[in-house]
Design a protein. Structure first.
Length: 186
């Protein structure tokens, strides 16, 4: 796998392998505490984030790596002052780090950035379209309870205005799960 831009970039077997690794929890950090030694993670979070941004950075540091990044695209030459393309931003960033985690406003931004980027790019969500890392966490919860991710009937009940990202995550998961039903109160 080169990039993780969508949950659909992972096969069912790859998802299960990730879940088995996640079962190690605290042991994971002890067993692999220096696996990212001398590696740098760049985090670009152009949408507000607390848990996703901090958990990405924290995990990378606990595994021996270091983090760089910024949260406002206007702090870069890709902002409105210079209009450097996302493709160029990808080329530049790969010179300074080994892995990139990005949250942005739309799928096109991360798609363009990843096209010319020779390091792995992980989407930490783009707009209210898809959030593959959150989808993995949701699916891990289902897997840890049911010991499977196939042939499950999943029902979501939410208010669109309070939880708009739930629909896209459910839609992405429906490619793996048997049946997903969504109830939305507007």
């Amino acid at each position: 796998m080169k990039h993780l831009l969508s949950i659909n970039d992972l096969s069912s077997d790859q998802i299960i392998d990730i879940f088995k690794l996640a079962q190690l929890k605290g042991q994971l950090f002890n067993k692999y505490h220096n696996i990212f030694q001398e590696k740098i993670l760049a985090t670009l979070f152009f949408q507000p984030s607390t848990r996703t941004q901090l958990s990405s950075q924290s995990a990378f540091i606990k595994l021996g790596g270091q983090c760089i990044g910024f949260s406002d695209i206007e702090d870069s030459r890709s902002g409105s002052t210079y209009y450097e393309s996302m493709e160029d931003l990808g080329k530049i960033i790969q010179s300074y780090c080994d892995l990139l985690v990005m949250r942005c406003n739309d799928a096109e931004q991360i798609q363009k950035l990843s096209q010319n980027c020779n390091i792995p790019v992980i989407s930490a969500g783009h707009g209210n379209i898809e959030h593959p890392t959150q989808a993995l966490i949701d699916m891990y919860t289902l897997w840890s309870i049911n010991n499977r991710i196939h042939n499950l009937n999943i029902h979501h009940l939410f208010s669109y205005f309070s939880s708009p990202p739930i629909y896209p995550q459910s839609h992405a998961k429906s490619t793996v799960l048997h049946k997903t039903t969504i109830y939305c109160r507007k």
